[in-house]
Design a protein around this ligand. Structure first.
Ligand SMILES: Nc1ncnc2c1ncn2[C@@H]1O[C@H](COP(=O)(O)OP(=O)(O)OP(=O)(O)O)[C@@H](O)[C@H]1O
Length: 273
């Protein structure tokens, strides 16, 4: 049934994209907090099925970009176009529907401490699908926990978990609704190398097995160059350069060069592919 014109602004339907097509476009985004100008004319596109890494120094505005995409913050001007729809004009109610398809894995996992692991993962299912049967919720929770290598942990409490396990529960919760786009805010910060590697592998397997599009914000250049199909450098209130690993490794943009040299990216095993 075709919706009446007056209802159109209240709907948000995700259409399965063709891999590689433009999915999201940040268009002339500006944002300030009081006197602090965080963005001035940010331009960035995200393609369906890719992992796009956003890198930049502390306070550059990487997390704010993700928060603008899911409506937790609003740009002052510009548009965020998602499959042809301008999200900056969306109401909170519409963003709730967007968040079914665009899930964020928050820095520090942000689990509910008073809920079991199982209830944490079930939370978005109960929120977005109030009519879903308990059996189906249990099945999906078990499936997602298995996917993040934490099978049979439903009854544990967050306080029983290590930092890496909490991150993985946060991921299971983010993917519970089968979101097509996942936003990762510092997914490997503070993790040991083995857990970091398992998170990198998860990001890659979300893409290869499920066709998920990811935006990853990270300080961790090993992770950035392991998971990123393209990398974007955010600095001086703008996206200064976007490119493949190879392009970025050989960047001649002074800010990008200085950022990468300071992190010795050339020494990253497998970094230059
Ligand atoms: N809700 C807010 N209110 C006021 N200022 C904010 C808010 N959120 C972010 N900022 C400011 O915006 C700037 C960018 O923040 P953001 O968290 O995006 O940085 P970041 O690049 O992710 O940094 P980090 O790598 O340290 O997490 C910072 O100066 C921050 O203090």
């Amino acid at each position: 049934m075709r919706l009446a014109r007056r209802q159109e602004p209240d709907t948000f339907e995700f259409h399965k994209p063709t891999p590689g097509e433009q999915l999201i476009h940040f268009e002339h985004i500006s944002k300030a907090f009081g006197p602090k100008q965080v963005y001035d004319d940010v331009e960035l596109d995200v393609r369906a099925g890719e992992t796009l890494v956003v890198m930049g120094g502390s306070g550059a505005g990487k997390s704010v970009l993700l928060k603008c995409l899911i409506g937790l913050l609003r740009p002052d001007s510009g548009r965020i176009v998602f499959q042809g729809r301008d999200l900056t004009r969306f109401s909170e109610e519409q963003f709730i529907r967007v968040r079914r398809h665009v899930a964020m894995v928050f820095q520090g996992a942000a689990l509910f401490d008073s809920l079991t692991v199982g209830e944490n993962v079930a939370y978005p299912l109960r929120e977005h699908f109030p009519d879903m049967a308990e059996d189906e919720i249990r099945r999906r929770v078990a499936e997602k926990l298995a996917l993040v290598n934490l099978p049979d942990t439903e009854r544990l409490m967050p306080s029983d978990l290590s930092g890496g396990m909490k991150k993985r529960v946060g991921l299971a919760r983010a993917i519970a609704t089968d979101a097509e786009v996942i936003l990762w805010d510092e997914p490997t910060t503070g993790l040991d190398p083995v857990t970091t590697q398992s998170i990198n592998e998860l990001i890659n397997s979300m893409k290869t097995k499920l066709g998920v599009t990811s935006i990853v914000v990270t300080h961790d250049m090993v992770s950035a160059f392991t998971v990123g199909d393209r990398l974007a450098m955010l600095a001086n209130r703008r996206i200064l350069q976007v490119g493949t690993r190879e392009v970025m490794l050989h960047s001649t943009v002074p800010e990008v060069r200085a950022f990468l040299d300071a992190r010795r990216v050339e020494l990253v095993p497998g970094g230059a592919s």
